[in-house]
Design a protein around this ligand. Structure first.
Ligand code: FAD
Length: 476
């Protein structure tokens, strides 16, 4: 059985950020993830907004980590070469909404967040397409957008580059204690560890129960989205919110860091920890809500719908050391603004872990990751030079997103390798465009089959799903 100093359970944005911090120390650090890639659950399906932090209740953990996390995300997205844009956000209201904005302004002041109330004329200068009824907005210049899954993948890649280990398809099914250590059972074997850090998202409370730590009741709230074609990007400059309610920040219209536009999310309460199927009813809610803030809804430009699941344990994040189990740290119930908060949560969790581990910092570790070669972003001269070095950068595989064979091969051989069609998609966008992989899906499968040296029938879509069962001519 392999022994580790510290094991993180769960490879979402929180777990990968924690592993990233741990990997800078002289430690044997491990991350166990249930799925076949990191960022496969909530971190894959959210709004991708780097929140400013004006709407969190002052004094909560959400307010604390949101405000601390915001500048860290901007800095680390640069270091990890993850798509991001500090485009600002506006909360827009009609004539009767000014009091609501003033209440947000009060919270912003208490949280130390810069905001400004704008009238209609000033709002239109930032965002010409707000709905005609909009009279005021609250502008937060430090808000923006980031690719949430690429952020988690970036943390994972950096952690692996710094010597941490990630085991995928390794759901923790049992936790027992032996000789002052925890033994974690997974289908990939057993792992022994001095310290456990629970970052298991929707299943965080289950992991606590397995370890005999504090018991928490969990509820969930699904959010459904429309994704619009990149041709809509020119119509949206900032993140446009309505006034927040008890159910959340409301249905936004926002650009994505990768150049699309999203409308969403809904807020559907559910007890099902796997409920991520969009329903027609909730898409109708989006159809009715978007025109209230935005005057150019383009539902006919929708290229996809998706859903994400908020995990709620009470009204705040649960971050801290277990009082019932020694050497067991929890970072669970991380609902919105968990993406923005993740780097600050990770710093806090590292300090808690160090109370047990007392590890020395490594003399050297990677901070700035090598830049990705994204053909779409390069000049003609740069592309010509790259193709002269490696002709695979001259072969476009994904026509919609202009992704080349070279970029797909890079994704497959990255520090945390992409081994499925979806994992390739999340790393380099092959299959994320208008045709959603209709043209390039089989080419990506062939490249995966060749690079991983596995038969085509073993190439998975993601989350264990098979695509091809066998070659037609192989069937008797
Ligand atoms: C609709 C929606 C919109 C949101 N929008 C924003 C936003 O714009 N900005 C923002 O800051 N935040 C936003 N959030 C919040 C943010 O997405 C989450 O806070 C964040 O993704 C949670 O990350 P996590 O790592 O805790 O959980 P997850 O990403 O779910 O990761 C947990 C991981 O643990 C793994 N796991 C579970 N059980 C086990 C096990 N037994 N063994 C091993 N691994 C296990 C899972 O497979 C998963 O990969 C939004 C959330 C939702 C749902």
């Amino acid at each position: 059985m392999e022994k580790f100093d510290v094991t993180v359970i769960g490879g979402g944005i929180v777990g990968t950020a924690v592993l990233d911090r741990l990997s800078r120390y002289q430690l044997k650090a491990l991350l166990l993830e249930k799925c076949d890639d990191v960022a496969s659950f909530t971190t894959r399906a959210n709004s991708g907004i780097v929140h400013a932090g004006y709407d969190c209740e002052p004094g909560t953990l959400k307010a604390k980590y949101n405000v601390l996390g915001n500048p860290l995300i901007w800095k680390e997205a640069e270091e990890l070469d993850v798509p991001h844009l500090k485009c600002g956000s506006i909360v827009v209201v009609g004539e009767d909404g000014l009091d609501g904005l003033k209440e947000l302004e009060r919270k912003a002041k208490a949280n130390g967040v810069e905001v400004q109330i704008l009238d209609r004329e000033e709002t239109l200068k930032l965002e010409p397409n707000v709905a005609d009824r909009i009279a005021y907005s609250l502008y937060a210049p430090t808000a923006g957008i980031v690719s949430p899954y690429q952020m988690a993948i970036g943390y994972a890649d950096r952690a692996v580059s710094n010597g941490a280990k990630i085991v995928l398809e390794a759901p923790v099914t049992e936790i027992r204690s032996k000789g002052g250590e925890y033994i974690l059972s997974t289908p990939k074997g057993e792992f022994s560890t001095r310290l456990v850090i629970n970052c298991a998202g929707a299943h965080g409370a289950d992991i606590n129960d397995l370890a005999g730590a504090e018991h928490f009741e969990t509820t969930y709230r699904r959010g459904d989205y429309f994704v619009l074609d990149s041709t809509e990007r020119k119509n949206v400059n900032t993140v446009i919110f309505p006034l927040p309610t008890a159910a959340g920040k409301g249905i936004l219209v926002a650009p994505t860091a990768d150049g699309n536009v999203i409308y969403g999310p809904t807020a559907i309460d559910t007890n099902d920890s796997e409920d991520v199927a969009s329903s027609l009813d909730s898409l109708d809610v989006l159809r009715a809500s978007v025109p209230l803030t935005y005057k150019r809804p383009a539902f006919n430009k929708c290229i996809r719908v998706y859903s994400g699941l908020r995990t709620l344990i009470g009204h705040d994040f649960v971050i801290g050391k277990s009082k019932l189990r020694e050497n067991f740290i929890m970072a669970i119930g991380i609902c919105s603004p968990g993406l923005t908060s993740a780097p600050a949560i990770a710093d806090e969790v590292l300090s808690m872990a160090q109370e047990t581990l007392h590890a020395e910092k490594k003399a050297e570790y990677v901070t700035v990751m090598p830049r990705h070669k994204r053909i779409k972003e390069l000049s003609e001269e740069e592309i010509e030079k790259l193709i002269a070095e490696d002709s695979r950068y001259g072969r476009i595989v994904c026509r919609c997103e202009k992704v080349t064979e070279g970029e797909i091969v890079d994704a497959i051989h990255s520090p945390l390798p992409a081994t499925t069609v979806d994992a390739v998609k999340r790393r380099c966008r092959a299959g994320m465009g208008r045709c959603q992989g209709g043209f390039c899906g089989t080419r990506v499968m062939q490249i995966l089959s060749r690079e991983l040296n596995i038969p085509l029938s073993e190439v998975k879509k993601g989350l264990g799903a098979n695509i091809a069962r066998y070659r037609v001519k192989e069937v008797e």
